[in-house]
Unconditional design. Structure first.
Length: 124
């Protein structure tokens, strides 16, 4: 989006809009910019939510480091409740999800998983 387009939306002069954005960036309010990627166009046509429980006494940092290397992970959060983590993955079909879950249980070292297929997004 150009400064002109932004300034039209917020009713400021382009230079004032640019100054405001730069101040927000400097203050850390705007932390960065990102691209919105369609996983389906990359062949990842199955989205699933996977709840993961680690074995008692397992090192969460080790699990998180291993998880960061998995390219199908769209979001992973440490949560309260019966699971330790909730992970959203974009996989290449059901077989891709199966591969990910098998990895979790072997190399990932998790004790338990519970998976749900996403049928359609409602918000977000």
């Amino acid at each position: 989006m150009s400064w002109k387009e932004l300034s039209d939306r917020i009713a400021l002069a382009p230079s004032s809009a640019a100054d405001r954005v730069r101040r927000l960036e400097a203050a850390g309010v705007i932390r960065g910019y990102s691209a919105s990627i369609d996983p389906q166009l990359l062949g990842r046509d199955v989205r699933a939510v996977v709840d993961v429980s680690l074995p008692p006494g397992d090192d969460p940092e080790r699990f998180e480091a291993r998880l960061r290397r998995r390219e199908e992970v769209a979001l992973a959060v440490y949560v309260t409740g019966p699971a330790d983590y909730t992970i959203i993955v974009d996989c290449a079909g059901a077989s891709g999800l199966d591969d990910f879950i098998r990895w979790l249980k072997t190399e990932g070292g998790v004790a338990r998983t519970e998976s749900k297929f996403v049928l359609r997004p409602v918000i977000g």
